[in-house]
Design a protein around this ligand. Sequence first.
Ligand SMILES: C[S@@+](CC[C@H](N)C(=O)[O-])C[C@H]1O[C@@H](n2cnc3c(N)ncnc32)[C@H](O)[C@@H]1O
Length: 208
Amino acid sequence: MIFGKRYFEERFEKEDPWRYFSCEYENRKYIRQIEAIKQYSPHPQNILEIGCAEGAHTLMLARAFPEASILGIDISGFAVKRAKQNCEYCQNVNIVEADIIELFKQDHFPENTFDVIIQSELLYYLFPKLFIQLSLIHYLRSITKIMKNSGIFVTSNQFSIRTKPVMGIYYLILKHLGRLAQNAEYKEWHDIRCKYLTYDVKIFTKAK
Ligand SMILES: C[S@@+](CC[C@H](N)C(=O)[O-])C[C@H]1O[C@@H](n2cnc3c(N)ncnc32)[C@H](O)[C@@H]1O
């Protein structure tokens, strides 16, 4: 299945479909990612958030790093509209509706731009399209290219037996392109799905 624009528009027709604003599990996962950024890039100037959804994580990033300029990208028009409303009082946030795969294909961002690129719960959804288009390596290369030399790529993904092999392919390539600086895994209670889920919070740096 291809998780394209239509798939996400159908999801976001209903407000907050994944309960990002009310789910304690999601909130904790965002905090863990922010703590990791504070450790590896304490004073970021430019942050790119890929797949910002309705801006729940974006809002927390904006408050945690008030000096940083934060660009959130999402493919869903519904999500972007709500993210803009949710972040309307954050002067340091800009939200744009776009398909990140297309932006990377066009080399939209100049090299060495971002101190932090954060992509939470998206790798799995991008995989079919990147695989079919043979653009997986180009996608990950684009990430390392637009990162500053001191920059970090933060990625967090819930994983299961089904998704772990897919994640493994990304991480293998990323380890080849950069350096795995943090490799944390957490098993936590999901208060809405009422079961334990496991997710990682990985940090890749550009330098080998
Ligand atoms: C599962 S949600 C994760 C949201 C948020 N990052 C989080 O961790 O809570 C995936 C998000 O990525 C967006 N997305 C999916 N494919 C995309 C693409 N090609 N370009 C930009 N955003 C995309 C979806 O619209 C959705 O908001």
